[in-house]
Design a binder for this molecule. Structure first.
Ligand code: CA
Length: 375
């Protein structure tokens, strides 16, 4: 009765069907809310909230699906099909720039939706991707179908030639280009380096300088099945170093390992952009393919938390990861941690959590047969 008389004074009253939820939503002033809370007829009052929509996709490659799942994909899943579900926060890397230091990007490929551009090529190298590696990596970072962060911007920095080789000094130059561009844009900025070679203090220093400048630097562990601590930039502590795993949750036999590896991500039989046409598709394997899953994840998280530091991002990615999901860990000092993309404070995770708690409360409520008010 109290609730009903109060409701008659309120604006925008929305009553719910009692078989669904025994209560109503209304805009009320503080006095009304206080009366309702004090009333024995009212079980509880809670503030209405904005719930964000999560993005979802049903034609994703397996790697994206594994990134948004806490469990192993179904047995006999086909690595070559594009029928997997992927769920992600709808901000999707919006406002975040990803610099791909690689073989270039075929920027006209349809999966980039015009969000890719080439900003630098070393002297003598083409102004596009004449190898295919950089375009594939870029598709996994931010492609519309193939990508983790579907609204992020891609910037190609070509330091590797058509054969996929380059020099340490060329890579350092690429890092410098990315740092200059990020300083100018002042936007959250990620460097993806699906490249590496023998240990180099100079390359480690350059990667660390980018992190110290506020950039998120994500690097491949390497494909030699050895400890990543001998490779650069994989061993640079400030970088997020990524190992590869496959569709049945086994660490890839080629993946480097050891204490330098921060996280594992899908890196076998990954479908993404090819370079023979603007709709070409290619399947590649390597820690090079695992790394862009994490660069995309960084972009997703940075679009939700633009002020997060590189160290905070590294901690966040580790805390979101699923522990002990992986089999075939090559050494005891290798972390058993698989990347996962659902941030509890937003998107799907929030939606699920509030739905669950509401449902539980409704059950309690119905049993008491009391009136519920949402404000
Ligand atoms: Ca690290």
């Amino acid at each position: 009765m109290v609730a009903e008389s109060t409701a008659s004074d309120a604006t925008s009253v929305l009553s719910f069907n009692q078989t669904v939820f025994d209560g109503y939503s209304a805009e009320l002033d503080d006095d009304c809310v206080a009366k309702l809370i004090a009333s024995a007829d009212v079980a509880w009052v809670e503030e209405d909230a904005v719930v964000r929509i999560s993005g979802s996709q049903t034609n994703a490659p397996w790697g994206l699906s594994r990134l948004s799942s806490t469990t192993t994909l179904p047995a006999n899943s086909n690595v070559n099909s594009l029928t997997f579900d992927y769920t992600f926060n709808d901000e999707a890397g919006s406002g975040v720039d990803v610099y791909v230091i690689d073989t270039g990007i075929r920027v006209t490929h349809q999966d980039y939706q015009g969000r890719a551009e080439m900003i630098f090529s070393l002297p003598g190298l083409a102004k596009t991707d004449d190898n295919g590696h950089g375009s594939h990596v870029s598709g996994t970072i931010a492609g519309n179908i193939f990508g983790v962060a579907k609204k992020a911007s891609l910037f190609g920095i070509k330091v590797m030639d058509a054969d996929g080789s380059g020099s340490t000094s060329g890579i350092i130059q690429g890092i410098q280009v990315a740092m200059q561009a990020a300083a100018q844009s002042n936007r959250p900025s990620v460097i993806n380096m699906s490249i590496g070679g023998a240990g180099s203090r100079a390359l480690d220093s350059a990667a660390t300088a980018a992190v110290n400048a506020g950039m998120f630097v994500v690097v491949a562990a390497g494909n030699d099945a050895v400890d990543a601590g001998n490779d650069s930039p994989a061993r640079a502590p400030a970088a997020i170093t990524v190992g590869a795993m496959n569709i049945v949750d086994r660490v890839s036999t080629f993946s480097n390992f050891g204490a330098s590896v921060d996280i594992f991500a899908p890196g076998e039989d990954i479908i993404s952009c090819g370079i023979t046409s603007d709709t070409d598709v290619a399947s590649l394997s390597g820690t090079s393919m695992a790394t862009p899953h994490i660069a995309g994840l960084v972009a997703l998280l940075a679009s939700q938390q633009p002020d997060i530091t590189p160290a905070g991002m590294s901690d966040l990615i580790k805390s979101l990861g699923t522990s002990n999901a992986l089999r075939g860990l090559p050494s005891r000092d290798t972390v058993n941690l698989l990347a996962q993309n659902l941030l509890p404070d937003s998107g799907l995770a929030t939606t699920s959590t509030s739905l669950i708690s509401t449902t539980a409360a409704v059950t309690t409520k119905t049993a008491e047969n009391a009136t519920t008010t949402l404000n």
